[in-house]
Design a protein around this ligand. Structure first.
Ligand code: BGC
Length: 743
């Protein structure tokens, strides 16, 4: 396991403040505090006033917690990193904290700080509702600000190329457009609170096994049309102040010293104005990294072999290997981002947090993102008049599972099931104290009884004597390892099979990182994908089961039948002995993503002509929807407008997500180009009009160095999922060269 040491923080809580006193001499006039100037102008003024030492102070951060016997630095708040305030200049300390699902300070045992935990990034993505992502971002950004942080290490947007990747739950699924839009809105929400967000991990950090050295091999054009496209879209929407470069190598060169990724694509082609920070332990050089476009080294004193952006970079500048202008550019970019989000004008500082209100934001995301995968004979929604419900497994009497690693948030009430292995990094295994059992018991007129599931026979007996059985299954995943298979751990498959046999009215609720094998699927009546549902998850699940809110999530991923359907059936070296999954073999030096290239997820299935268990975009509800004819218009610039009517043809209110895909001329595979989530009352019809910018129909043209729409006939497909197409239309597009910034 290659991961930094994690130690308890012994630091006291010290707030980042804008210092007004000066270190020595006359206070500078600080013309950069003039808020009518642009962030660029303000940053340039600070750079002019800075000494070389002050510049160097800003381009490194230190680990924000005690570690390896080393005390935490004076600026530390017990989090991921900090850099001291530049008091002479009136600049606050940089205070960085993980991550995308809430303010995560798992090691801050001294302050025992808690925060609101959003559901998985995959749950938010499964809502297909940018407003859900933005509200979640704003909520965690506000909590970060009120805990004294001005940088949130959020914005995970690595594409889901493998359901076994241990960090899928931090990301936004397999499709570059959906993932980019959802991550972009999350970032926008965070930054609305005067907190810089990252976008990470740039790039192709799509597996955890061997992540610190692994080489991700991916053709450059394919990368531009897949992993990089997700970043490009998110960047256009969210304008993140920082992009975090990844641990792995990309086509042979470490991501944080990869000039093609950082300088060429990010900064030149996409015109990115913010700063690139390294992942923790991802820096391998001074001059090479600086020249490639790295702007800030994160916690190098703890995680890198040495602090490259200290003496080694000074030396490289002195020798003329790295121009002084590059150092100034690094500093300017960092300052510009802080000014742009208002982190300097509205400094982060301790303030009260309304945890009850924030839990509602999390609950709403969990409800909007849960996906109903199966519902035979409309067993769901459950009636409150049920005589009895058996609630079984996955500690449903105590809480709901969360993913592990740096993004793990300790919610109010702490860990509901402490002591499960691993209790140390990448643990602890965390259950948020929102018990589904209690939430179900509050709703059902009859009795709700619990069986842990450890004794399969006892669980089956309880199920047999109950009107309905709800079995919870769990799959813990975490940063730093991948699961070697899609199977559920332990005897959970046997448990579900036995319960379903004892009572055909069995509902399975999944709390998981992503697709798992479900050998018992056909025996069950209903399956609800709840992901890691966040710290109001128990309540959200109960509301969905009882129809207080209708499930409306759609899969942001393809659900394979088994690993043999994947581009890479095995991940060499995947596993984690601490949870009974001993790694099999050595991690591969190179992972060949050229196998599928840009045909990630549903496009891979289409290319192979194989059927997943559930397709990308799939999800049921408690009502039905009908689609009217699809009409399409185009303009000279290649922009397409599609419109159609959606009617709720059932008897309950619900929300639908009609999706538009396109087949490019001569292509069999399709590509998501638009969607809309809309709520409809029974019998109600709404007209949907989707403006689809030309770039969504474009391929990346390496020779022309840009996006290019080929003249020809395109097939537009309106579907309920990538595999269930209801309406088709053809359109002719002229040759156009749209800007990538179009979304
Ligand atoms: C993770 C990042 C995280 C950083 C700081 C790294 O190991 O890959 O996502 O932000 O640690 O904790």
């Amino acid at each position: 396991m290659s991961r930094r040491p994690r130690r308890l923080s012994a630091c006291a809580f010290a707030l980042a403040v804008v210092a007004t006193a000066t270190a020595a001499g006359e206070p500078p006039a600080r013309p950069w505090m003039n808020t009518s100037l642009s962030p660029d102008a303000r940053a340039a003024l600070v750079v002019q006033a800075m000494s070389q030492d002050e510049k160097f102070q800003l381009i490194t951060t230190a680990y924000g917690s005690a570690s390896d016997g080393k005390p935490a630095p004076a600026c530390a708040l017990g989090s991921a990193a900090c850099a001291p305030a530049l008091s002479r200049l009136g600049l606050p300390a940089l205070q960085e904290t993980d991550a995308g699902l809430g303010v995560a300070r798992p090691l801050n045992a001294h302050s025992r700080d808690v925060a609101t935990a959003l559901p998985s990034g995959l749950a938010t993505a499964a809502s297909w509702d940018p407003a859900v992502a933005e509200a979640g971002g704003a909520m965690i950004g506000r909590e970060a600000h009120r805990k004294g942080f001005n940088v949130l290490l959020a914005g995970g947007v690595n594409l889901l190329r493998d359901p076994r990747n241990g960090r899928n739950f931090e990301y936004a699924g397999e499709d570059p457009l959906l993932a980019g839009v959802m991550a972009g809105h999350a970032v926008r929400g965070i930054q609305s609170q005067h907190v810089v967000s990252t976008l990470k991990h740039y790039a192709v950090n799509d597996l955890e096994t061997g992540r610190n050295t692994m080489n991700a091999k991916l053709d450059r054009v394919a990368a531009r049309e897949s992993d990089l496209r997700a970043f490009e879209i998110a960047l256009g929407i969210g304008a993140p102040g920082s992009v975090m470069c990844a641990y792995n190598r990309v086509n042979g060169t470490y991501a944080c010293e990869n000039a093609w990724l950082l300088d060429q694509v990010l900064k030149r082609d996409w015109g990115y104005q913010g700063f690139v920070m390294s992942d923790w332990g991802a820096v391998h050089s001074a001059a090479k990294s600086a020249l490639a476009g790295l702007d800030q080294e994160s916690a190098g004193e703890t995680f890198d072999p040495q602090v490259f952006f200290a003496a080694p970079l000074r030396e490289a500048i002195a020798k003329g290997e790295v121009p002084q202008a590059r150092l100034d550019d690094m500093v300017r970019r960092i300052l510009r981002s802080l000014f742009a989000v208002g982190a300097i004008d509205h400094p982060a500082k301790a303030a009260p947090i309304d945890y009850a209100a924030d839990a509602k934001v999390s609950q709403h995301a969990a409800e909007a993102g849960a996906v109903l995968l199966r519902n035979q004979d409309n067993l769901l929604p459950l009636a409150r008049t049920l005589a009895s419900v058996a609630v079984i497994g996955a500690h449903a009497d105590r809480g709901v599972l969360a993913g592990g690693g740096s993004s793990a948030v300790t919610a109010q009430g702490g860990n509901a099931v402490p002591g499960l292995a691993p209790t140390v990094w990448p643990g602890p295994v965390m259950y948020h104290p929102s018990a589904p059992l209690a939430a179900i018991a509050r709703r059902v007129g009859g009795k709700a009884s619990y069986a842990s599931g450890e004794d399969i026979a006892a669980a089956a007996k309880l199920a047999a004597s109950s009107a309905v059985a709800v079995v919870f299954v769990q799959q813990w995943a975490a940063e730093s390892f991948d699961r070697p298979s899609m199977a559920l751990n332990g005897h959970q498959d046997a448990l579900v099979a036995a319960v379903a046999k004892a009572n055909p009215r069995t509902v399975v609720v999944l709390e998981n990182n992503g697709p798992v094998a479900m050998p018992w699927l056909a025996q069950t009546a209903a399956v609800l994908e709840a992901w890691y549902p966040g710290n109001a998850g128990g309540e959200a699940i109960a509301r969905l089961l009882f129809g207080e809110v209708a499930p409306s999530g759609r899969l942001p991923l393809s659900w394979p039948r088994d690993a043999s359907q994947l581009p890479r059936p095995a991940i060499a070296g995947a596993g984690l002995a601490a949870i009974g999954l001993p790694p099999q073999g050595q991690p591969a030096d190179t992972v060949d993503y050229d196998i599928e290239g840009a045909d990630v997820g549903y496009r891979w299935f289409q290319r192979r002509g194989s059927e997943p268990l559930f397709p990308f975009g799939y999800g049921l509800g408690y009502t039905t929807f009908g689609y009217g004819p699809l009409t399409v218009t185009t303009d000279a610039a290649g922009a397409v407008t599609a419109s159609f009517a959606v009617t709720n043809t059932g008897s309950r209110a619900g929300a639908d997500v009609p999706q538009l895909y396109v087949q490019l001329p001569g292509e069999q595979v399709s590509r998501l180009v638009g969607w809309q989530k809309l709520a409809l009352r029974p019998g109600e019809t709404k007209r949907v009009r989707l403006a689809l910018p030309a770039v969504r129909f474009a391929r990346y043209d390496d020779r022309g160095h840009g996006w290019r729409v080929a003249a020809g006939t395109y097939r537009l497909l309106l579907g309920r999922s990538s595999a269930q197409i209801e309406q088709r239309a053809e359109l002719r597009l002229p040759a156009v060269f749209p800007a990538g910034a179009q979304r």
